[in-house]
Ligand binder design. Sequence first.
Ligand code: IMP
Length: 436
Amino acid sequence: MTKEINTIAVCGLSWGDEGKGKVTDYLAQQSDIVVRYNGGNNAGHTIEANGIKYKFKLIPSGAVLEKEVVIGNGCVINPKVLLEEINNLNKLNKKVDLKLSSTAHVIFPFHIALDGLEEASKGEYSAGTTKRGIGPTYSDKAGRWGIRIFDLIHPEFLKPKLEKLFQIKKNLIKTYDPNWDMDLESIFQDYKTYGERLKAYVTDTAYYLNKAIDSGKKVVFEGAQGNLLCIDHGMYPFGTSSNPNALGISAGTGIPPKKIGKIVGIIKAYTSRVGEGKFPTELFNDIAEKIREQGHEYGTVTGRPRRVGWLDLFNIKYGIMINGIDKIIITLLDALHGITPIKMCIGYELNGQILESWPIQHEIIEKCKPIYKEFEGWEKKSSEEWSEIANQGYDSLPNAMKIYLQAIKEELKTDIAIISIGPNRNDTIVLDEDLF
Ligand code: IMP
């Protein structure tokens, strides 16, 4: 007999910051467990609930609802940041029911130092990283000298591995900065203490999650970043060092692909990007300024103003293929209010030819011209008015917005499951009540 699978994955289809935190929080209400499977404290999730704004970098969004949350082996962990987030939740009287994978890799201060130095030396190929040590930690994982959470909670294993790694990294860092130094003993002592404090959360999460799914529990997989930042299928090298799309779930958790029930893709009503790299529909004018202000497009992790531009359905169609998307969720429609006309990119032209597939290589994308469709915009409204519209449902949306949404659905040949028109949990219109 086939077991019923009650799992859903939430994946960003652009360059991240599509509003996954809010959507995961919404889905978490109906779920038992929320799981992060990639990235580290380079991600930022903002959730607004009951008048409180929660900002997470590492802990899965379900923590606001005191759900069971799991950080899978595909993540890289800065233990100091994780402990701070646990502490902050405790201060708000939130119980933290966390399971941390023993095989996730650990970020050390020398990874953070290397991130900055390597970025600076890459020049035009720099990705504009968050400088949180993400890339250097994943490099060590692939190089097979990384240190894992299991080592962190066993000082007798941590010490010899750290001594070796520290020497190698120190030699490397000194090629960039001959004066660099750090005290190995104090790093060891700090990390030993972090290990002691995190020990209670450490679990074999692959077994734990497989058992939970087999027993019918409802699980949400929460991707960090977005498809176009994927190390394998994104705009290399201008991305992150993990697989932020649905392809990363199995490797990053130990859950076989067969147990991933549904995959929903999140897009914004426009596009944003942080960091470097080509962005074909990018805007530089007063419309960009307006979208940035209305959409509060400033990074949760770094505070950097995000680059913004028109919605690019060509790269989203690519994301739908790579992720195997069942339904679409659209966020931040309210942020386009008062802007008319609104443009939507439906394809690229290269040397007079219309392209059939998204070109992937940044050197080619650079030469492409977006092909746009134009739409009438909708009127500016206060956040209270948007909340009221959300409360009344789809029919009360402005007509122009409905036309825009219909065009997205037709271009993507994918149904829309949820529409978000404000930052609050309730500023959400659900078109598919049966997502799980
Ligand atoms: P890293 O992940 O810090 O190595 O940064 C690599 C690239 O991914 C940079 O262009 C970052 O701006 C981008 N990036 C990393 N995390 C996020 C995120 O959560 N949202 C958007 N962009 C991100």
